[in-house]
Design a protein around this ligand. Sequence first.
Ligand code: F0G
Length: 354
Amino acid sequence: PTGRQGVIKRYRDKLPEIPGWAISTLGEGDTPLIEAPRISARIGARLYLKFEGMNPTASFKDRGMTVALSRAVADGNTAVICASTGNTAAAASAYAARAGLTCFVVVPAGKIALGKAVQVLAHGAKIVQIDGNFDAALKLCQRAERDLGTVALVNSVNPDRIEGQKTAAFEVAETLGRPPDALALPVGNAGNITAYWKGFKEWREAGHADSAPRMLGFQAEGASPLVAGHDFENPETVASAIRIGAPASKKGALGAVSESGGLIESVTDEEILEAQGLLASSEGVFCEPASAAGVAGLLKLAKEGRAPEGVVVAVLTGHGLKDPDVILNRTRLPEPIPATFDALVETMQRVEPE
Ligand code: F0G
């Protein structure tokens, strides 16, 4: 076999043991770390983008989902359930299909991005839309696992998810040859910041490095319970992936920030969309709105003279194609022109040089 082997086999000695016959993988992980020279110049640090949109279902969730679904198979489960703002649902649907398990996903009605909904439908998972937000969906799923006893919960409150997701920290340190000085990422339910910090700590403890990065977490202003210090009843943001008011891994996030000397702050929807646009148009990297929160945060810190120094990594958690509506709400395709050379030349001359 050639090519990507998936995170369970690649990091076998650093993950909980899973029997080979139970492993369910789609070749996740090994995502590119892309230098971002134009945004680096703006923030005054050397910025790299860990593009997690290059995973099989186009988000970082695949790293944890391969471990969670493989465990479900090893334990003899026949069904899994998750609450989701969309990406967890897409990843659970794909890995459950791969593993041959039934998958239930519980999502806020009408609030998940189009690409993610389409993925769930394509993989044949059972989609349950509720009149409620992500936080309500997660409570229902936790109760289903506890009271029904027939379904395994595959949200990031499941420790296998965190184990899988920590492999992204190993990859970053391996690719750079050392851990970065700071790592910026979006924070929603707070599983990912918990996982990265666990990964960097283990990397240091294993003697592969003598440092670990400052963890810089960014929430959307309208859904920023970790910044405000209290849960949000009605979280609101254009970044639907992180529209979460009561993060389940709050403790992990706050621990990561205090132990690493980092921070959790908020960015506005406007700052998020601006960062998404800048990444796409000046670096050629298209991520979904939530994924741009880390870069939005770095740009904000730079404006205030607080940008981190040295080598900085921003995690772009999901692909831009997940959420086409956000782009179409701002730009439209132009009207067609006659299929003549004259019309083409005239149209080309109307484009202002950059
Ligand atoms: N970025 C994207 C694209 C996400 O989908 C999520 C979470 C996050 C960032 C935040 O990660 O929750 O570990 O702090 N999405 C979850 C979901 C909630 O259901 O897909 P977190």
